[in-house]
Design a protein. Sequence first.
Length: 228
Amino acid sequence: MSTLQTSPSNAPLSTLMRDGSRAEHTAAEGSSYMASLLDGQVNEQGYADYLLRLRQVYAALETVGRELAATDPLAAAVHDPALERLAAIDADLDHWLGSIGPGSTGRTDELDSPAAKAYVERLEASREWGGLYAAHHYTRYLGDLSGGQAIGRTLDRTFGLNGKGIAFYDFAEVPKPKPYKDGYRARLDGLGLDADQKARVVDEVKVAFGLNQAIFEELSGHLAAYRR
Ligand code: HEM
């Protein structure tokens, strides 16, 4: 195997997923778009452009998830309608695009984002095996329930939002992320995958992080225009 692993391959799947993506996670935290956003240096258009990309990603993640969970036990083990983010993203877009007014880039239909397109294509391809889908599900939703919670609070403070425009980070149906995440990891660990299958899932988690990183890089290219 070409990748360095900090856990033995017989470790629980959730441990392998977390440890196997540690370097990618650190890279995502250090992206200049994220750093600028959390530092209050990205304007409304800059955040809306991120949400527009996430809208495409979650539309695919949630459509594929619903379909796959009906037939694939691995997808069914992670799929949970309580996590769905699409309506929250749309509500947030109303806030952010509404505050920009006419002349903004508009909704997602004409969005020109090679990074979002590549991410959607990979999500579509995860229909091949529920383990691949689970890797994408984990990367987005467990992140949203973890660091995402702090990101939402920082945005609230930085933009003086009083809770408006950050529905994306508000999981009304998951009031306590910690026990939810513990249960989620237990479901992953109970899937009974063999070492090769686990390695395939971990590789896909890394791919998923890379696709998120590509979105940040795309947005980082516009930081001068987004300056607040
Ligand atoms: C500035 C950006 C970010 C910050 C500050 C951040 C912060 C964190 C923190 C503090 C945790 C651990 C929370 C806990 O122990 O419950 C965490 C977990 C996680 N984050 Fe992030 N994160 C960021 C970006 C991302 C991105 C872009 C992704 C992927 C799209 C991501 C995916 C994850 C995942 C999957 C976990 C769960 C790890 C596990 O316990 O298995 N994070 N993040």
